[in-house]
Design a protein. Structure first.
Lengths: 298, 305
């Protein structure tokens, strides 16, 4: 095989598109873990719901998926707030549950995950679905890329940038970072932790739903498509460091590059082996993340 | 006094004897359900031996189940079954030894995610190698009858319960409980945590290996996605939560409840079954975190002021 293909703009574009989607998923997952120590294994289900919202709006009423994404985000934010109020607050209230919050949250979110998957399967059948939207191919600087993937990159990239600005300058963004750094100290300086937690859930879920709506423009969706995104999300936040938001974006780029180049060099069937391989290596070699924020052993 | 001892010993013997006669009493459908129940009891008791006692929640039991199934399928008509099934358990144990060596160094949520990751990793390796061999699933023809499988599974489930009981009341179990409370403190008082964890992790993988081997003889069809399905691990954890204890009765009660519910619902709609599983899981974690056994014990002991 001609190795020069590895330096082509084509592959680079693929890496960027995938990385921008992964970043949307990973930022939300990492926010929820960083602020509350919750292992949200249902995160991928929000991606799936976002995909279905966009599909439904397009198939039923011909609404552009980019517009439907906004509605999907609002709905997802609502679901996030609801889950926080109905379930997570209860976890926090009992000292016994709080003592092992990670394991307990994992079980609860796994429960939520299978409930959401199977309700979707009942409502929409378990079949894969897709639609075509903006699928003409555009050529930019030697890379041929479908317009919908270009739109994905633009929207997801802009959203990541907006998130970065939000965490740096907005008051509630700074409050989230403060809680990630030290929850008790954040509460002491007057941050309403409970309110910020609701915002974290709403924001994280909305980002995941946006990712799902964007993905549905270029890929088939199904009720069980979420789990691989949950896994990729965890790989990324472990690569970048749990609770480290900049790390999540770097982690997204690394995983997307490994995936795109790995699949090009080997074969698509190696995708999962590569992702899990990176995952295991990252956990064993640097569980504190590549950027090296030390963690407390529990 | 002596009489009561005899009664205590006799009760389990009678119960086991009655269970062993079930193939004579039940139709194939009922026997299938009973086999299912024994399978989950065996798996959950073996899981509790490591994860219940040490507090290291493993989502890796599916990989040992799948490995056992795979080895049995590979040895099918190569060696006799009475040898192939124990070898499957042994292979799962060796796999646990190899995986536990690196995995047991991380703790808490990292361990939970890592076991799931490793389990999926092995699944995809098996899928790739089966694809490379050009095998699209493997069919087993001439497997033993349901009654034979039932009696074997009964033996495995009983062994699994006895092993949990023995480990729990031994020094090994005391060491694991100390690790669960506080690993650093346990090491400080002389518990060799690394060795204890590795030994028990390996021991607890033998049973799912054997169970996987037996169950692949029941389904007669091997397909990696099915054999290594992570739902197996999650179901085991759900059973443990429902039972809510690391005592032998905990996983037993949890398995009975789960199989009871699944039999009431599974046949009609698998999606509804999964939804109920999810609701049960959330409900028990939030409202009955002490589990069925814990709740029962609390109700039976008179309240102290």
């Amino acid at each position: 095989m001609d190795l020069s293909v590895l330096f082509s703009a084509q592959l680079l574009a693929s890496v960027l598109v995938l990385a921008s989607l992964y970043a949307l998923v990973a930022i939300g997952l990492n926010l929820v873990y960083g602020t509350m120590r919750l292992l949200n294994v249902a995160h991928g289900e929000l991606v799936m719901l976002g995909g279905y919202a966009a599909y439904w709006a397009f198939a039923q009423w011909g609404i552009s998926p980019l517009l439907a994404a906004l509605a999907g985000m609002v709905i997802a934010a609502g679901i996030g707030g609801l889950i926080y109020v109905a379930v997570v607050r209860r976890l926090f209230r009992s000292p016994n549950l709080l003592a092992r919050i990670e394991s307990n949250s994992l079980l609860v979110f796994f429960g939520i995950s299978i409930i959401v998957q199977n309700i979707t399967a009942l409502a929409f059948t378990a079949n894969s679905r897709g639609y075509s939207y903006l699928d003409d191919v555009i050529e930019i600087g030697g890379a041929r890329i479908a317009a919908n993937r270009l739109a994905t990159l633009a929207v997801a990239g802009a959203t990541c940038l907006a998130c970065a600005l939000f965490f740096r300058y907005a008051r509630s963004g700074m409050a989230m970072r403060a809680i990630i750094q030290h929850r008790d100290a954040a509460a002491l300086v007057g941050i309403d932790v409970d309110r910020v937690n609701v915002q974290v859930f709403a924001l994280g879920f909305a980002l995941a739903a946006l990712a799902g709506a964007l993905i549905s423009m270029s890929q088939q969706i199904s009720p069980f498509m979420g789990f691989p995104f949950t896994v990729s999300g965890f790989v990324i936040i472990i690569l970048g460091g749990l609770g480290n938001l900049t790390g999540s974006i770097i982690g997204s780029l690394i995983l997307a590059a490994v995936e795109v180049y790995g699949v090009t060099l080997m074969s698509p069937s190696f995708r999962s082996i590569l992702v899990y391989g990176v995952f295991i290596a990252a956990l064993l070699l640097r569980p504190q993340g590549l950027l090296g924020r030390s963690i407390r052993a529990r | 006094m002596r009489r009561r001892h005899i009664a205590l010993l006799a009760a389990p013997v009678v119960a086991v004897g009655l269970c062993a006669m079930l193939p004579l009493m039940l139709d194939p459908y009922g026997l299938g359900i009973a086999l299912n129940l024994l399978t989950w009891i065996a798996l959950a008791e073996s899981w509790a031996m490591f994860s219940g006692l040490s507090g290291y929640i493993s989502l890796g039991h599916a990989v040992f189940y799948g490995a056992g199934a795979y080895v049995t399928v590979l040895l099918w008509q190569v060696v006799p079954l009475w040898l192939a099934i124990p070898l499957s358990g042994l292979a799962a144990g060796l796999l646990a030894l190899a995986l536990g060596w690196p995995c047991l160094r991380v703790r808490g949520p990292y361990f939970v995610i890592l076991t799931l990751g490793v389990s999926e990793f092995v699944k995809y390796i098996v899928i790739s190698s089966e694809a490379a061999l050009g095998r699209n699933g493997r069919l087993l023809i001439g497997t033993p009858s349901l009654a034979v499988l039932f009696e074997s599974m009964l033996a495995v489930a009983i062994i699994s319960m006895i092993v949990l009981y023995v480990v729990r009341s031994s020094r090994l179990g005391a060491g694991l409980l100390a690790i669960r409370e506080d690993e650093v403190a346990a090491e400080a008082v002389g518990v060799n945590a690394a060795a204890l964890k590795l030994v028990t992790f390996t021991l607890s993988a033998l049973i799912p290996g054997v169970v996987g081997g037996l169950m692949i003889l029941r389904s007669t069809y091997f397909e990696p996605l099915q054999a290594f399905n992570p739902t197996t691990s999650f179901t085991i954890v759900t059973i443990a939560i429902l039972g809510g204890s690391d005592e032998v009765a905990g996983p037993f009660l949890g398995a009975v409840l789960l199989v009871l519910i699944s039999e009431l619902l599974w046949v009609r709609a698998p999606e509804v079954y999964m939804i109920i599983l999810g609701v049960l899981l959330i409900g028990f974690v939030l409202f009955v975190p002490e589990g069925l056994l814990g709740r029962a014990q609390r109700l039976l002991t008179p309240a102290k002021s």
